[in-house]
Write a protein that binds this ligand. Structure first.
Ligand code: ITT
Length: 197
């Protein structure tokens, strides 16, 4: 059986491959279907965008599809950037632009608590999509540290560690991250779906 991973983010795809046990599934991604237009992520929540990505790609390919929508939720910013994490500093912005904005917005603030949250939607042809989620709590530090990962990783230090996600080895991020937790939950749901329970 084939499973499509509905992402065009190569770093995210790498993490999903490292974390998820595909149990003999033939896995492909949105990169394998270049003719399918990008899904417009205009939902108000991570859940809405994950479902939209999974359902649109499932409808376009006719194949079971897994979509991940993730965001950074910062306490002192009332949960921002959240669902707007990708384009927080404007259309066409870079990870560097977003990290610079995060440092500016938190300048002088003592509450640096934040969490990464991932919602995963699974869509099977002709069935209602299912969602699961995972989160990891931590703090936003005041300078960029590390080269690994992507996005806000150089500013996010998970609780219990004194290195950022961009400094920790990929194996560690992939064990404790929001994405790892959501994918573990997705794996259980997937097993149930395949067993028809
Ligand atoms: P797809 O929609 O094609 O999957 P994307 O990069 O737009 O790729 P998301 O909408 O899920 O992915 O993520 C929004 C932003 O959140 C992303 O651009 C990053 O800045 C940030 N982000 C997501 N996961 C992250 C992670 O594990 N570490 C750091 N930043 C992350």
């Amino acid at each position: 059986m084939k499973l499509v991973i509905a992402t065009r983010n190569a770093r995210k795809l790498e993490e999903i491959h490292a974390i998820f046990n595909f149990q003999g599934l033939e896995v492909c991604s949105a990169f394998d279907f270049p003719h399918i237009p990008d899904v417009v992520e205009d939902g108000d929540t991570l859940e809405a965008n994950a479902i939209k990505k999974a359902v649109e790609i499932c409808n376009a390919t006719g194949l079971p599809t897994l979509a991940d929508d993730s965001g950074l939720e910062v306490e002192a910013l009332n949960g921002e950037p959240g669902v707007y994490s990708a384009r927080w500093s404007g259309e066409g912005c870079t990870y560097a632009d977003n990290n610079a904005k995060l440092l500016r917005e938190l300048a002088g603030k003592t509450n640096r608590r934040a969490q990464f949250r991932t919602v995963i939607a699974l869509a099977l042809p002709g069935e209602r999509p299912l969602t699961v989620e995972g989160a990891v709590k931590g703090t936003i530090i005041d300078e960029l540290r590390g080269e690994q990962g992507f996005g806000y990783d150089p500013l996010f230090m998970p609780d219990g560690y004194n290195q950022t996600f961009a400094e920790l080895p990929a194996e560690v991020k992939n064990k404790i991250s929001h994405r790892a937790r959501a994918l573990n939950a997705a794996s259980n749901v997937w097993t149930q779906l395949r067993c028809g329970t």
